[in-house]
Design a protein around this ligand. Structure first.
Ligand code: KIV
Ligand code: ZN
Length: 515
């Protein structure tokens, strides 16, 4: 067991988080998030699964080339091809890790892998040895550890240590654990595994029972010194342990956990907003730490108490997690250089002069409509510049008629693969009419599963950020759009989702298929 009081924060938003339906990200989007995670002070960024696709490989490699202070990691199944691909992807990073895994529960070994326990150990050992050819920092995970037999876990982990693994990760892949039981199981592993004092023990918990954070913290109490988590708790099914909750729980209850992290907590809210904007997963208002209401006091008694003495009802300060960093960034009179330098501060590097000019033009347009431009406005604007570079489905013009007592009607002109098309439709409201007009043009046949609007900053002149989630034949995509006019933002979001529906990225799922 590590006696250190440093807790390593391993962020897997770009890998496990990306496994959320419709949350798949482009290379540029991943790079923007990786840069923000670096600014947040994350120790390890799991940037993807290199063998999944050419796109994932390139994204990891780009991140490895640009991020200096966090370790860059790629996931790899315990097979030679996957591990070598991961090794090549992380090679440019000053600090790099390969994370290889294989399932160890009877049900996964028999039904999914069709391997005997001996074969599983053989694959794990072989993968770790190959990974060590690329880096000294190798993590091994026993997938579905929660349903694995303790004797077999001990055997696999001892073999992993002997083969050269430096971090051992114990995942609750299916979100089945409970805090007391997990704490006990983790303590038993540390006690029984020979050589356990020479490795970092890590936990990776899913949230199917809403216990991911509690279970992760229980593992910390048992001596685990790495927690795998995601921003906003994004991830497969019900998601992973939320980074912001793990970090703030260990910080606020230092007396209980006795560990500290490298996280700059003031970057938590900006990171949460960026991830939500890029993935199209809105944050529920009552979500701990990063929800819009997390620090809002509604009842008169609470408000009175907080005004008299903040600590009567607050255990954390909103500004400590970045709520007050809703920074006034630029205004109408700001020039191109000020804009460029703000982009740099935000870690955004637009690849060409053309993209920069485009972003600056959009900034000026926005500044004409909205007096104060905040960092969040700039992030939304940059997302649009990136999207538009590949856009085959683009909004050209929109006209809506909405009048008391009349049926709202919208006329939309959209550019579809270079050809301009126009349609008119009516609807229950102007948004409904606009989306119906677009659907007349694109005839996607998709089902709208989610539509949400959030204001990016405050005030009635704020940009509305619209997220839509579409489903067709079992495939789910999300789309985003931002504008001070929410009907326009909705039309942009719908077309953005259609774009993703029509151009599905080809990628393998790491936890399916053969090793
Ligand atoms: O949930 C899980 O088991 C995983 C592993 C690949 C670590 O994501
Ligand atoms: Zn997972």
């Amino acid at each position: 067991m590590s006696s250190s009081d440093s807790l390593i924060i391993f962020d897997t938003t770009l890998r496990d988080g990306e496994q959320s339906p419709g949350a798949s990200m482009t290379r540029d989007e991943k790079l923007r998030i990786a840069r923000q995670l670096e600014r947040l002070g994350v120790d390890v960024i799991e940037a993807g699964f290199a063998a999944a696709s050419e796109g994932d490989f390139n994204a990891i490699r780009t991140i490895a080339e640009h991020v200096e202070h966090s370790t860059i990691c790629s996931l790899a199944r315990a097979g030679e091809k996957d591990v070598r691909r991961a090794g090549e992807a992380v090679a440019p990073a000053p600090r790099r890790r390969i994370h290889t895994f294989i399932a160890t529960s009877p049900i996964h070994m028999e039904k999914k892998l069709r391997m005997s326990p001996d074969e599983v150990v053989g694959h794990a050992v072989n993968a770790i040895k190959i990974a060590r050819e690329y880096t000294d920092d190798v993590e091994f995970s026993a997938e579905d550890a929660v349903r694995s037999e303790m004797d077999f876990l001990v055997r696999v982990f001892e073999a992993a240590i002997e083969a050269g693994a430096t971090t051992l990760n114990v995942p609750d892949t299916v979100g089945y654990a409970t805090p007391d039981q997990w704490a006990e199981q983790m303590a038993t592993l540390i006690e029984r595994v020979n050589g356990s004092e020479n490795v970092i023990w890590s936990t990776h918990c899913h949230n199917d029972l809403g216990l991911a954070v509690a279970n992760s913290l229980a593992a910390v109490r048992s001596g685990f010194r790495q927690v795998e988590c995601t921003i906003n708790g994004l991830g497969e099914r019900a998601g992973n342990a939320a980074l912001e909750e793990v970090v703030m729980a260990t910080r606020t209850r230092q007396d209980v956990y006795g560990v500290s992290t490298r996280i700059d907590t003031t970057q938590i809210v900006p990171t949460s907003k960026l991830v939500s904007t890029i993935t199209g997963y809105p944050v529920q208002p009552n979500k701990a730490i990063v929800g819009a209401n997390a620090f809002a006091h509604e009842s008169g008694i609470h408000q009175d108490g907080v005004l008299k003495h903040r600590e009567t009802y607050e255990i954390m300060r909103a500004e400590d997690v970045g709520w007050s960093t809703n920074r006034l960034s630029l205004g109408k009179l700001s020039g191109r250089n000020a804009f460029k330098s703000r982009l740099k501060d935000l870690g955004v590097e637009l690849e060409s002069e053309e993209a920069l000019n485009d972003a600056f033009r959009r900034f000026k347009e926005l500044a004409d409509k909205k007096r104060e431009i905040f960092d969040e406005d700039i992030q939304a604007l940059v997302s649009e510049v990136y999207d538009e570079q590949e856009e085959a489905f683009r909004l050209v013009a929109l006209h809506v008629c909405s009048e008391t007592g009349e049926t709202p009607e919208a006329t939309v002109t959209a550019s579809i693969r270079g050809e301009e098309m126009t349609a008119t439709a009516t609807g229950a409201g102007p948004v409904d009419a606009a989306l119906a007009a677009i659907e007349k043009i694109v005839a996607s046949g998709a089902n709208l599963q989610l539509y949400s609007v959030n204001n990016i900053t405050s005030g009635t002149d704020a940009q509305g950020e619209v997220n839509v989630r579409l489903e067709r034949a079992g495939r789910i995509v999300t789309g985003q759009g931002a504008d001070t006019d929410i009907v326009i933002a909705s039309a942009k979001a719908y077309l953005n989702a259609i774009e993703r529906l029509e151009h599905p990225p080809k990628r393998a799922h790491p936890q399916m298929g053969d090793v």
